[in-house]
Design a protein around this ligand. Structure first.
Ligand code: ADP
Ligand code: ZN
Length: 208
């Protein structure tokens, strides 16, 4: 048994880009440090927008770097036996193995906090996030503000030279505000999706 009778669990912080997932993850990590928990933070190496690492510090002077990882198995390898809280940012870029890894950690008594965007730029479920949402004890779905109309944004709008990117592009393409915008369902545009193939005929049932 890990840490005596301590219970572990999984929390997922999900939602569109710019919705504050990283802020929320860091807030939870900071509070864990205040509670003097032993914490480790990981994030996908693909996201080097902030210089490869981000740092969390608590008011009592503890500091923590996020460790860049490229594969889920690295979390299992790098986690220390005494660690009580594991936080993983940008989890949408990780392989499906992360589901088993975080489950095993929670089974061992670890509190696991996972953040990641839930949909790709086409509006499709992104990587392992759907599985993580399903198995988590606690789920928070955050929203941003649609930069077009000001409503709540739920979708990642990919842009190429300022124009909506076609659906055929690669699913993973790391970028910030120069290549992505937060948009609502109405303002989200994915050109070149042949809607005639996918359109669901809502309200088209034949009358009797
Ligand atoms: P995420 O991890 O979800 O991408 P971050 O925590 O990195 O989000 O950043 C959230 C911050 O982004 C917000 O607090 C806000 O200052 C800023 N921001 C930029 N664009 C938007 C937007 N369209 N809607 C809301 N917040 C935005
Ligand atoms: Zn909108």
């Amino acid at each position: 048994m890990y840490h005596g009778a301590q219970y572990g669990w999984i929390e997922v912080v999900s939602g569109v880009m710019f919705s504050g997932k990283s802020e929320e993850l860091l807030r939870r990590v900071r509070r864990s440090l205040i509670a003097r928990k032993k914490v480790q933070v990981f994030k996908s190496h693909l996201d080097d927008r902030y210089g490869g690492v981000f740092q969390v510090s608590s008011h009592d002077g503890q500091r923590l770097d996020a460790v860049p990882i490229s594969k889920s198995v690295q979390v299992a390898e790098l986690v220390r036996p005494e660690t009580e809280v594991v936080a993983i940012d940008e989890a949408q870029f990780l392989d499906d193995g992360i589901v088993d890894v975080v489950n095993a950690l929670a089974d061992r008594g670890v509190r696991v906090i996972v953040a990641g965007t839930d949909m790709d730029f086409r509006g499709q479920p992104f990587g392992p996030i759907p599985q993580l949402l399903a198995i988590a004890e606690k789920v928070d779905k955050l929203h941003a503000i649609c930069v077009v109309c000001g409503d709540l944004a739920t979708r990642n709008q990919r842009l190429i030279d300022g124009k909506p990117a076609p659906a055929e592009g690669p699913t993973i393409q790391v970028g910030g505000s120069e290549s992505y915008e937060a948009r609502c369902r109405r303002c989200h545009e994915v050109p070149a999706v042949d809607r005639s193939q996918t359109e669901i005929p809502i309200g088209a049932a034949e009358g009797h």
